[in-house]
Design a protein around this ligand. Structure first.
Ligand SMILES: *[C@@H]1O[C@H](CO)[C@@H](O)[C@H](O)[C@H]1NC(C)=O
Ligand SMILES: *[C@@H]1O[C@H](CO)[C@@H](O)[C@H](O)[C@H]1NC(C)=O
Ligand SMILES: *[C@@H]1O[C@H](CO)[C@@H](O)[C@H](O)[C@H]1NC(C)=O
Ligand SMILES: *[C@@H]1O[C@H](CO)[C@@H](O)[C@H](O)[C@H]1NC(C)=O
Ligand SMILES: *[C@@H]1O[C@H](CO)[C@@H](O)[C@H](O)[C@H]1NC(C)=O
Ligand SMILES: *[C@@H]1O[C@H](CO)[C@@H](O)[C@H](O)[C@H]1NC(C)=O
Ligand SMILES: *[C@@H]1O[C@H](CO)[C@@H](O)[C@H](O)[C@H]1NC(C)=O
Ligand SMILES: *[C@@H]1O[C@H](CO)[C@@H](O)[C@H](O)[C@H]1NC(C)=O
Length: 690
């Protein structure tokens, strides 16, 4: 026993001595791989005594400020040097004379403000230099030039203002130049001269107002050029003969036109994104001789017309937020067309009938639709054999689902009617579109969902968020439904059997509503498994953890995979999870629990036009009931609704500020608490002329 202890201790001592001898203080040297980490926070220099066979050295999070000539002495095999995240300001010329095998230098996130010419001299094997997140202001000629194997130059997020001619010459094997997020003003002639292999050049987020017409001439292999977020006012001849260019992105510049010769010789161009410029004209032949062109994105420009040659292979055309008063002529192969937010004055009958391959069509925020509140019925005529993926008709102030218009379309997978003015939906509103993957009706004016409205439909994702919904009745949703979005509504009351016919719902958002309690078995029909993809959001409701929540709480104790909710009131339970509240503490201050009994006594029944009418709904019960009024037109209102000219007051009365003859009719008051509900009607007659 004693002997083996002594043996063990001496073995440990030997190992410790060996490894300290082989590895400098503050470093970690790995036994089987020639890798050394020197990440001790107090280190302020590259330690001496690093094993001579080291090929990877990392220093990170230290106080290292200067790398001096000689610091990497005796590391002739070093291939990878990671110096990111230190306080590095200076790398002296000559440092790398000792490391001719260096392939990868990473020194991002430091304080380097200057790179001296010659700093990388002799590094013929160097492939990658990463210096992002430093403070480099100027790139002088000779720093990066003539490195035969240099592939990646990553200088993004520095403070580069100027690049000398000759800065990046003769880099025949270059692949990526990332100079984005700097303050470069001008790209001069000769910056990239000599053979250049680069495929990707990133110049986005600079202050570039001028690029020499021949600056990119050497990039015969270039496939991606990004010039986003600069001040370029014309393309001119800078892209000429970039014969491999695949994608040009110059979003958010100062371009005013696209000229015939802008893309001359860019024979392989596939995608052009010139969004957010001030383009008001595209020349007739600007896109001619671009047989591979598939995508033109010209969102947020000033185009009024585009009667230009478009290659027959074009698939995507996005003209969102321009000034088109009519739809331009389109090649019939278009798959994805976005004309949203244009002041289109009118559509022809069968406007899109030639687009037999169309899959995505966006006609949101269209002037003539918004003015009429309807979609021109014949606009989709001729699309009967088309299987449309997405149809977006949002923000068109539509007052109804555009049944007649969409009935012309063969099939629709996703229908987006968000942001309209739809206050009612009926069972026949979707015509023959009885199967929809997604139906987005968010941000409309729906105050409730008649059970029969969705009866005929098979929907997978239903979005109703942002409607002034106050009530969800029994069996409101259908089998097959997976997601129901009900956030940011005015929801006050949900029937216990709301989900009885939609047992597959596994994503339900009920956050930010006006719910006080949940009926005990409301979620019982649903089969949540506790899978992370399932969603049940209940936050931001004025949950009242009192006797009304008892049944739900009891059910919740048995349903461990259902998320709990957080009590808002009573004050002593504010912020407490319902699951943590013992059921016997869920009490109401009631002499007797009772279900609602409504009296409408004292209601206005006859009113003269222009006067105020008050319809009473005085409820006797304990605990307090939720009150929902239904108007003769089917609108439902609660205390939280903010409909113009009509409101539910604190005492449950419906107040019509100024009666008009259209307000005549039968009004119904529904009062419900967990004990039950009561309903009563008041008939209002409005007399006199408008
Ligand atoms: C590197 O050299 C040290 C001695 O300096 C030696 O202990 C170690 O085994 C060597 N590592 C490799 C991977 O060759
Ligand atoms: C951007 O360039 C313009 C000249 O084109 C210059 O006036 C301006 O100061 C530059 N902006 C910055 C932040 O350097
Ligand atoms: C539309 O969908 C239905 C049902 O999936 C299918 O029977 C019909 O052929 C489709 N029509 C078109 C034009 O794709
Ligand atoms: C419908 O369009 C709105 C905006 O117009 C968008 O926010 C929403 O994500 C779209 N809905 C779907 C399901 O894509
Ligand atoms: C919405 O429709 C109602 C009529 O249902 C109309 O009074 C109102 O002006 C419309 N609102 C908008 C923004 O178009
Ligand atoms: C909550 O919903 C209301 C609409 O009922 C909306 O105005 C508000 O922005 C929403 N709040 C949050 C935090 O989403
Ligand atoms: C709804 O489902 C619950 C639980 O599955 C059940 O107890 C209740 O009777 C059902 N309600 C109706 C109206 O079918
Ligand atoms: C409702 O109240 C009225 C008047 O107080 C009473 O006559 C009636 O029996 C009550 N109804 C119920 C169902 O309790």
């Amino acid at each position: 026993m004693t002997q083996s202890w002594v043996l063990a201790i001496s073995v440990i001592v030997v190992v410790v001595v060996l490894s300290t001898r082989a590895c400098p203080e503050g470093c970690q040297c790995f036994k089987d791989v020639p890798t050394v980490y020197c990440n001790a926070p107090d280190l302020d220099h590259i330690p001496q005594g690093i094993p001579g066979n080291t090929t990877l050295l990392q220093m990170q999070g230290t106080k290292l400020a200067v790398v001096r000539k000689g610091d990497l002495r005796d590391l002739p095999l070093l291939r990878t040097l990671y110096l990111s995240g230190n306080r590095l300001q200076t790398i002296e010329v000559g440092v790398f004379d000792d490391t001719p095998a260096l392939v990868d230098l990473e020194a991002g996130n430091n304080k380097i403000s200057e790179l001296s010419a010659g700093v990388f001299r002799g590094l013929d094997k160097l492939q990658e230099v990463h210096l992002s997140l430093n403070s480099i202001a100027h790139i002088t000629a000779g720093v990066f030039s003539s490195r035969p194997n240099l592939q990646v130059v990553d200088l993004q997020k520095n403070k580069i203002m100027s690049i000398q001619s000759g800065a990046f010459t003769n880099l025949a094997n270059s692949d990526v130049f990332d100079l984005s997020n700097n303050n470069i003003g001008v790209i001069k002639d000769g910056v990239f001269q000599g053979p250049q292999g680069a495929k990707h050049v990133m110049l986005g987020n600079n202050n570039i107002s001028s690029i020499d017409p021949t600056a990119f001439r050497a990039f015969t292999s270039l496939t991606l050029l990004s010039l986003d977020n600069n001040y370029i006012s014309a393309i001119g001849s800078m892209l000429h003969n970039l014969e491999n260019l695949d994608v040009l992105s110059a979003v958010n510049n100062k371009l005013t036109q696209v000229s015939d010769s802008d893309f001359a010789g860019c024979a392989k161009l596939r995608m052009v994104d010139l969004s957010s410029n001030q383009i008001s004209a595209v020349s007739q032949n600007a896109f001619k001789n671009l047989p591979d062109l598939q995508e033109i994105i010209l969102n947020k420009n000033n185009l009024k017309r585009m009667d230009v040659f478009l290659p027959p292979g074009l698939k995507t055309l996005h003209f969102q937020q321009n000034l088109f008063a009519e739809i331009p002529p389109l090649p019939s192969g278009i798959v994805d067309l976005d004309m949203s937010y244009n002041p289109v004055e009118s559509f022809k009958e069968g406007q899109f009938s030639s687009l037999t391959n169309i899959q995505q069509l966006s006609l949101s925020g269209i002037k003539c639709f918004s003015e009429a509140g309807i979609i021109t019925p014949g606009v989709f005529a001729g699309l009967g054999s088309v299987k449309l993926g997405t149809l977006s008709l949002t923000n068109n102030r539509l007052r109804r689902v555009p049944t007649d218009a969409i009935d012309h379309i063969g099939n629709i997978t996703d229908l987006n009617l968000s942001g309209n003015n739809i206050s009612t939906i009926g069972p026949k509103d979707f015509g023959h579109h009885t199967y929809l993957f997604t139906l987005d009706l968010s941000d409309n004016k729906l105050t409730w969902l008649p059970a029969e409205a969705l009866m005929a439909l098979d929907i997978f994702m239903l979005e109703l968020s942002g409607n002034p919904l106050v009530y969800i009745g029994p069996d409101a949703f259908k089998h097959g439904l997976f997601h129901v979005g009900l956030e940011n509504t005015k929801l006050r009351l949900i029937d216990e059997s709301a989900f009885n016919s939609s047992q597959g719902v596994k994503s339900l958002t009920l956050n930010n509503n006006s719910l006080n309690y949940l009926p005990g078995l409301i979620f019982a029909p649903l089969t949540f498994y506790g899978d992370p993809s399932e969603i049940l959001l209940l936050d931001d409701n004025p949950w009242r953890c009192d006797c009304q929540m008892r049944d739900y709480s009891k059910w919740l104790q048995s349903a461990s995979n259902i998320q709990t909710l957080t009590c808002d009131t009573p004050p002593r339970l504010h912020g407490t999870a319902l699951r943590d509240v013992p059921v016997d503490q869920l009490t109401c201050d009631c002499p007797h629990l009772s279900s609602p009994n409504i009296s409408t006594a004292g209601s206005t029944t006859v009113v003269t036009v222009g006067h105020r009418a008050v319809l009473k709904c005085t409820v006797t019960c304990c605990p307090v009931a939720a009150i929902i009024w239904t108007t003769p037109t089917g609108t439902k209102l609660s205390e939280d609704s903010d409909a113009p000219g009509i409101s539910v007051s604190d005492d449950g009365a419906l107040v019509i500020a100024t009666a008009t003859s259209a307000k005549s009719g039968t009004y119904t008051c529904l009062a419900a608490n967990f004990m039950g509900k009561d309903q009563a009607t008041v008939h209002l007659t409005v007399t006199g002329n408008q």
